[in-house]
Design a protein around this ligand. Structure first.
Ligand code: SAH
Length: 339
């Protein structure tokens, strides 16, 4: 599929044609990664941040939220929940503060998790922290790293990250992570102000050329306490998100694709299911201690901020089974690319 064909799919509203796209994406998903839906326990480790990402509610410039960092025991309790639910992986996600989250402290946390949960895959989503930190954490026992490129268009990337040295550094970080031996995930927000269809099509092509292990996409959700919160989003809707998931499945057949929380936030009823039936095979339930969740407000009204992890887990598994899918066991590693 070339750029023009991807754009054609992104723009079409022909329901019969779209039905064929959904079916093909679902068939490729089944053939390549099977019916298992892998669950990853998301732990929102800290909302402290020195970055000024123009879209993100926990950016340093937002002085209206109180800041927290979980203690080691709180992180380990979250990991214990994920273990209790049988999740194959935990994801440590945070704002970016090298001082607040020192490299050595994170390494210690990783080692403690590894001790408590020898089988679990440890995924990090801690932003760009430099090759040294990436290496230290890999040696400490981390397996995967999620770092969204946010856009493949360097000009749009600069608008999203006014203080960042530039898109090529984000790309270099992704390459470093791959070289160090992480399974690497990336992705974009969909429909940020100023984004074009051509940009989104180029993002999807770049998922393929980067040979990623995981691709996460979700709608851009304006946050009022951010510079981008008042600009008009372009196509941050559910249909465009589902098309992007389906097209990603076709272009990158073996990757792990989450049906994201942002998608569930715009369709609380069935966003997770819709994503799963159009190419996705992963969900990342939140196992952060409930009292901290509303402080990790990267966008407003995040789905599942108040529901206890136990309730969410039980309902989620019932919904997965009701779709005729199964709950993944084991780590749910990315399918190895043919060498
Ligand atoms: N500091 C880490 C983790 C950020 S949160 C990092 O930057 O990698 C994880 C993802 O949430 C981000 O990569 C971004 O794509 C998404 N996100 C942040 N703000 C958002 C918003 N307003 N709407 C939708 N997604 C958002």
């Amino acid at each position: 599929m070339n750029r023009a064909e991807i754009i054609h799919w992104l723009r079409t509203s022909d329901e019969a044609a779209l039905e064929s796209l959904w079916q093909e994406a679902d068939a490729v998903r089944r053939r390549e990664v099977g019916d298992a839906v892998h669950l990853r326990g998301l732990i929102e480790v800290s909302n402290r941040c020195v970055q000024q990402c123009a879209y993100c509610g926990i950016r340093a410039g937002n002085r209206t939220i109180s800041r927290y960092t979980l203690r080691l025991e709180e992180i380990l309790a979250s990991v214990a929940l994920a273990q209790q639910f049988g999740y194959g992986s935990v994801v440590l996600q945070a704002g970016e503060t090298p001082q607040g989250l020192p490299t050595e402290w994170v390494a210690e946390v990783i080692q403690e998790i590894r001790r408590q949960a020898p089988e679990i895959a440890i995924t990090l989503s801690l932003g760009e922290r430099g090759e040294k930190a990436f290496e230290t954490w890999r040696l400490a026992g981390a397996n995967r790293y999620l770092l969204r490129m946010e856009s493949s268009n360097p000009t749009l990337f600069r608008k999203l990250h006014p203080q960042h040295p530039g898109w090529e550094f984000r790309l270099a970080a992704l390459k470093q992570l791959q070289k160090i031996g992480y399974e690497v995930g990336s992705g974009v927000m969909i429909g940020v102000p100023g984004e074009t269809w051509d940009d989104l099509a180029a993002d999807i092509e770049m998922f393929r050329s980067l040979e990623l292990d995981m691709v996460g996409v979700g709608p851009f959700l304006p946050h009022p306490q951010t510079p981008m919160g008042t600009e008009k989003p372009t196509f941050n809707d559910e249909l465009t998100t589902l098309k992007t998931i389906a097209l990603t499945r076709l272009l990158c057949p073996g990757v792990n694709i989450p049906s994201t929380t942002a998608l569930a936030a715009i369709d609380r009823e069935s966003g997770h299911e819709r994503g799963l039936s159009r190419g996705a095979n992963v969900i990342m339930p939140n196992v952060t201690p409930p009292s901290y969740r509303q402080l990790y407000e990267i966008y407003p009204s995040k789905a599942n901020t108040s529901e206890a992890a136990e309730t969410f887990d039980r309902k989620l598994k019932e919904r997965i089974w009701a779709m005729g899918r199964t709950v993944g066991t084991g780590r749910g590693n990315a399918k190895r690319k043919p060498s």
